[in-house]
Write a protein that binds this ligand. Structure first.
Ligand SMILES: CC(C)(COP(=O)(O)OP(=O)(O)OC[C@H]1O[C@@H](n2cnc3c(N)ncnc32)[C@H](O)[C@@H]1OP(=O)(O)O)[C@@H](O)C(=O)NCCC(=O)NCCS
Length: 216
């Protein structure tokens, strides 16, 4: 026999039905129109020593990677829920993968691109010696050890040795964890960018950035 619902259970049931309905409404709203607000940051590429955190090795993969390197990058992307379909186009585009490797796994990684950087509908100006960071992750088990900020710093030094002069990055303004780590890694706030995405398809710039990143 099914137990009869108590007043509390009925109230809880109503609350969870309302929560579910709200989640559906929010999901629909998000698909119809969502606003993105980014903090744009910039730093120089210092001539400094490359420091690896204890127990980690810096991995850099680019161009036509070996099967072994490609498998390492694919596994890193898969481990954080990113699509491996993104990997081949990024290498074909000339992007670099950087990560901290511990044993057989990548604990923390991010990408660098050298052209065609967009913040939503806003294309960021290119300049000789300018690079762009994007798509960083640290595996849950390795979070809170400073790997992200150390990786950003290692990237600054590494690409500085290739002759790069500065890096422009971005972070969602709601992502306080990332924003603080980026600034600890030596990046300074430059401007804000906002845009609207309609039906997952059309992107419209909102307002004018304080300093137009298209004319950095
Ligand atoms: C943002 C992110 C890359 C930071 O990686 P990280 O290597 O843990 O960075 P840090 O070690 O510098 O720590 C960042 C913060 O997490 C805190 N932290 C400590 N222990 C933690 C733990 N076990 N789990 C999560 N965060 C922890 C740190 O204290 C620090 O907080 P603070 O800024 O208030 O001081 C990681 O949280 C992540 O992958 N997030 C999801 C993807 C994302 O947001 N990427 C960045 C935008 S592209």
């Amino acid at each position: 026999m099914r137990p009869m619902a108590t007043g509390k259970a009925m109230a809880t049931g109503r609350a969870s039905a309302t929560d579910q309905a709200m989640r559906i409404v929010r999901g629909l709203q998000w698909r119809v129109a969502r606003r993105s607000r980014l903090l744009v940051v910039r730093c120089t590429c210092p001539d400094a020593d490359l420091v690896c955190p204890d127990g980690f090795r810096l991995v850099r993969v680019r161009g036509n990677p070996s099967a072994q390197d490609r498998a390492l990058v694919d596994a890193a992307m898969r481990a954080v829920g990113e699509s491996v379909d993104l990997v081949a186009p990024r290498f074909a585009h000339g992007d670099d993968f950087f990560g901290w490797q511990a044993g057989n796994e990548i604990a923390s990684f991010g990408w660098v691109m050298y052209r065609d950087r967009r913040f939503g509908p806003i294309r960021v100006a290119e300049a000789p010696g300018r690079a762009f960071t994007f798509n960083f992750h640290t595996l849950n088990a390795y979070r809170g050890r400073g790997l992200y900020q150390d990786l950003l710093h290692a990237i600054r030094v590494s690409i500085g040795r290739d002759g790069m002069k500065e890096i422009v990055g971005d972070v969602d303004i709601r992502n306080g964890t990332s924003s603080r780590a980026i600034q600890r890694a030596g990046f300074a706030p430059l401007t804000h960018v906002s845009y609207l995405t309609l039906l997952d398809r059309w992107e419209l710039p909102l307002g004018r950035p304080l300093l137009d990143p298209d004319r950095l």
